[in-house]
Write a protein that binds this ligand. Structure first.
Ligand code: HEM
Length: 466
């Protein structure tokens, strides 16, 4: 296993400032001794784009097997240095010395998620995050939780047993939860248009044609963004005048102890980003979890027993801590299929990782997915085995940046607790109402066009329980 002893990492801006962490990340000052990143061979023009879209997981594994912890690829019209492993995650996400900037996300999603929290950096990011924190504080979560449970119950009342495309049902349910909890309104006639707009903005990220050509994914993403802006801008005055317990109101009212608050533009930009960040990641997590439970009936029964023991009624906030086996299964699902498989950054200052030069201006990316599947760190990483997270094995504790589905450092997911609360609340009601199965040997194909979703939308059979 990799040596994780503190020592050998020095950032380029402060060579004397040795930080506790990974191996072999070195000072930019002595870059002469460093190697260039191995350049992965690929097709002219399109580079490795199609290989990534066809099967990102196999592609990333191949990169690691061929080149080790650092590999440079051409894809989606740019070059990117992939950095693999927990040390790489720590180096980039902890970001001592501000060597990496999040603004580079703009290359993929800038026109669609302009000035979303994840795309801001350093002092500006810190200020916006401090304001936004109040919308994710404990009392705010309590309000969201109650509203959420009522929506989940009425959504599931409408589900019929039999075969269904589970991903579609879950996506529509998380959108409706978002309408209620984030926007504070019942899903209206424009719910489908908004759902489509989200999908278009997210799918646009990995367009091969990256300009506004009618009919293309980029074009659809731009149109989606405009629709979302119009929607939230129109609703803003009423929200400011009559705030409720929803996230939109909270963002309008949010302020730091120094009195800083968001402008109208900030509220609209943050709303669009947060809705996207919440909606797709939770849907993907739930789909992957239900897929695993459909394939592992023993685990499905174990979680159902836990839900029965907690009780059939509405959950209290304290009940969330009673989901012990469920928490293990969620963690394992997020390990096997991290909903955000790569995190891009821009290099602000010459630096290096594992003896390889990372020049100022380059794009780097860490990959939770790859790190979550390294056989050096995990026992049988391809197996769904929630107990690896239990106290007896605690495989994730082998390195502080080994399990990072929510990222880490300054940009670590602000909606982590919201997301876990939503997944548990949905799972609780779903397991008590339905048993679900997939045919023997079924393997869910993945669509990697953007965030990984089930290519076949996950056909699953639901059997109603009394
Ligand atoms: C299981 C569900 C989720 C996963 C796996 C997930 C994953 C992530 C990851 C990996 C990042 C870090 C991005 C980076 O470092 O570049 C992130 C950031 C973020 N997430 Fe989540 N997320 C989830 C749910 C949510 C939810 C429910 C919300 C909102 C309610 C949310 C809002 C955000 C926001 C606003 C950021 C940007 C934080 C910042 O830059 O300071 N996420 N998320």
């Amino acid at each position: 296993m990799t040596d994780t002893s503190p020592a050998s990492m020095v950032d380029a801006t402060a060579a004397e400032d040795v930080v506790a962490a990974p191996r072999d990340a070195v000072a930019g000052a002595s870059t002469a001794a460093l190697r260039e990143a191995p350049h992965h061979r690929s097709w002219p023009l399109i580079g490795s784009s199609l290989a990534y879209i066809r099967d990102a997981h196999t592609f990333l594994r191949r990169l690691y097997e061929c080149h080790g912890t650092v590999a440079k690829i051409d894809a989606f019209g740019t070059q990117c240095h992939f950095l693999f492993g927990p040390d790489a995650n720590q180096f980039v996400l902890q970001n001592r010395g501000n060597l990496f900037e999040n603004a580079r996300w703009s290359y993929f999603i800038g026109p669609f998620f302009n000035r979303g929290l994840m795309l801001l950096d350093f002092d500006e990011h810190r200020l916006h995050r401090r304001i936004m924190n109040t919308a994710f504080a404990h009392d705010a979560l309590l309000g969201y939780f109650d509203r959420m449970q009522a929506t989940i119950a009425s959504e599931l009342d409408a589900w019929r047993p039999g075969q269904c495309l589970l991903f579609k049902r879950l996506k529509s349910m998380t959108l409706n939860i978002g309408s209620e909890v984030f926007v504070g309104q019942k899903p209206g006639s424009d719910a489908d248009a908004i759902n489509d707009a989200f999908l278009d903005t997210v799918q646009a990220a990995t367009s091969l044609i990256r300009f506004d050509l009618p009919g293309g994914r980029w074009h659809a993403g731009i149109k989606g963004r405009r629709l979302l802006e119009r929607h939230f801008r129109a609703a803003l005055p009423a929200k400011r005048a009559n705030p409720g317990p929803d996230l939109f109101s909270r963002l309008c009212e949010a302020r730091t102890e120094d009195g800083d608050l968001f402008s109208d533009d900030d509220v609209v930009n943050h709303m669009i980003f947060v809705l996207m960040a919440a909606h797709d990641t939770s849907t993907i997590t739930l789909s992957n979890l239900l897929y695993q439970l459909a394939r592992q009936p023993a685990w499905q029964e174990r979680l159902r027993d836990e839900c029965r023991a907690i009780g059939p009624g509405a959950l209290t906030f304290a009940d969330l801590d009673r989901f012990e086996d469920t928490s293990l299964a969620i963690k394992e699902t997020l390990r096997i299929a991290a909903p955000v498989p790569m995190l891009p950054r821009g290099v602000t200052t010459d630096c290096a990782f594992d003896g390889v030069r990372l020049p100022k201006g380059a794009m780097v990316a860490t990959s939770a997915w790859m790190t979550h599947h390294m056989p050096e760190w995990w026992t049988a990483p391809h197996l769904f085995d929630p107990e690896r997270f239990g106290p007896a094995r605690a495989e994730d504790k082998r390195h502080p940046f080994l399990w990072t589905p929510f990222g880490g450092g300054a940009h670590k997911c602000i909606g982590l607790h919201f997301g876990m609360m939503e997944v548990k609340a949905i799972l609780h009601q779903l397991l008590l109402r339905f048993r679900f199965t997939v045919p023997d040997g079924y393997v869910m194909p993945q669509d990697f066009t953007s965030l990984p979703i089930p290519k076949d939308r996950l056909p699953i059979t639901l059997e109603r329980l009394n």
